[in-house]
Write a protein that binds this ligand. Structure first.
Ligand SMILES: NC(=O)c1ccc[n+]([C@@H]2O[C@H](COP(=O)([O-])OP(=O)(O)OC[C@H]3O[C@@H](n4cnc5c(N)ncnc54)[C@H](OP(=O)(O)O)[C@@H]3O)[C@@H](O)[C@H]2O)c1
Length: 270
């Protein structure tokens, strides 16, 4: 019998590539997204589109039920929905701060909680949380985004203890730079009327970023997610992309101060 994966944020980018990869390998896919009507192309094979905004607790329970009804159970949960707040913290509104955490952290935690009774009763299940290389290292002007991804890392690493006892595995996938809408549509620019003192710095960083950025395709991350979901190992973390592997390998050898110097040089910033 085909296995089933439940995916959040399956409309575009990494989520979409993951839905397609699992589908093509014979899985049932509960592809959740905020606006299923906008993505009719994802309705083929064993894919069922289900409405889910992860900031809506009632929608989480309903989406979980729909997936269970459609496929009889779920084997793998992939928490992928997320976006990045970018800019100086001083410019962030309360709404921007709360939405960043509600989407990337609270939503993810609530989705996990919804599935736990099911996984526990089955004595199996894999939870794959999409973090980021930015869940282990930091870059300038992403303080809120890093806070959420470091939270995802902490939640995941702690959860593996209490869930391992029930045969439930927790995985963290850490993509580097990936060619998706993330740097466009999914970037929430933090801006405040009259606050211009950071503009030069933002400009420097964006110029430096454009020079060093070598994005990998979302299909590469989908492969890593598939590996994490199916390898049966106790491995917690999976880097995705050569840039992610390189910086994660380099970071432990640098002091905090040396990391700052290295990044400033790399991006050509003050
Ligand atoms: N691209 C990168 O460089 C990169 C690097 C490291 C980590 N990541 C992580 O990878 C994940 C996917 O991002 P991506 O690169 O594939 O970007 P993307 O193509 O912009 O996809 C973001 C996805 O998240 C969904 N989403 C946002 N808010 C949501 C909400 N409240 N409820 C449900 N879905 C929501 C979007 O849905 P809508 O279509 O409805 O907006 C979309 O499906 C994110 O967690 C991101 O942090 C990305």
């Amino acid at each position: 019998m085909a296995q089933t994966v439940f995916l959040t944020g399956a409309s575009t980018g990494i989520g979409r590539a993951t839905a397609i990869l699992f589908r093509d390998r014979g899985w049932n896919v509960a592809a959740t997204m905020r606006n299923p009507a906008a993505h009719p192309d994802l309705a083929s094979g064993g894919v069922k589109r289900i409405a889910l905004d992860v900031t809506d607790p009632a929608a989480i329970a309903a989406a979980c039920r729909q997936a269970m009804d459609a496929f009889g159970g779920v084997d793998v949960l992939v928490n992928n929905a997320g976006y990045g707040a970018f800019g100086p913290l001083e410019a962030a509104s309360d709404e921007q701060i709360e939405r960043q955490f509600t989407t990337n952290v609270t939503g993810l935690v609530r989705v996990i909680r919804e599935f736990l009774p099911h996984f526990r009763e089955r004595g199996s299940g894999v939870i794959v949380n999409i973090s980021s290389v930015g869940g282990r290292v930091v870059f300038p002007l992403y303080s809120l985004y890093h806070a959420t991804k470091w939270a995802v890392e902490g939640v995941s690493e702690s959860l593996q203890f209490e869930l391992g006892r029930f045969g439930i595995r927790v995985k963290v996938v850490e993509p580097g730079s990936i060619a998706t809408d993330f740097a466009g549509r999914s970037l929430d620019r933090l801006q405040k009327d009259g606050l211009t003192v950071y503009d030069d710095y933002i400009g420097q960083l964006l110029a430096g970023w454009a020079k060093v950025r070598q994005p990998s395709p979302p299909e590469l991350v989908a492969e890593v997610i598939y590996q994490a979901a199916t390898d049966g190992s106790a491995q917690l973390r999976y880097a995705a992309g050569e840039d992610a592997k390189a910086i994660l390998a380099m970071r432990p050898g640098l002091s905090d101060a040396d990391y700052v110097v290295m990044l400033k040089q790399r991006f050509g910033i003050d």
